[in-house]
Design a protein. Sequence first.
Length: 178
Amino acid sequence: MKNLFRLFFLFAIVTSCVTDGSDSFERFPFDGTGYRPIYTTEEEMAKIEVIGAQPLSKPGKIYVLEPYLFINEAGQGIHIVDNSDPKNPKNISFISVAGNYDMAAKGKFLYADNLTNLVVFDISDPKAPKLTKKVPNAIPVNNYPPFDNVYFECVESKKGIVTGWEKVPMSKRPNCSR
């Protein structure tokens, strides 16, 4: 009886490994597009500076400190807009922060992500924000796009730090998915 059970168990294991020839990796259909990582060097990640106004292209969160608006630009940094005249807002400057996707504010401090780092700005003078603190590795990093049921190129850490993802046409299904 024991041998029969062992034989049945062995048969079950062997047959579970046999496939019908289709790719068992494909959990959902591949539509010919996927996400490609956007890489940045450590030097570029560390460079945080206030520069001239930049056009808004992928705006995100908005923080209001009357009469100023702080508008997140996905992956790039934060716009500072003078909204004294709501009919004619003036884009006055841009805080360049690589890998910035989120921000929050309390009082005169603006908190932003710099990929895995948390950066804190004193915005008591919104025309001249000052970087006051940088907390390294405060935010966990995910080496995959922020979407479900997508295919993407696997991250190659030797190429740099992933600061974003771009959806692109792909001739074959990438090896990574989520």
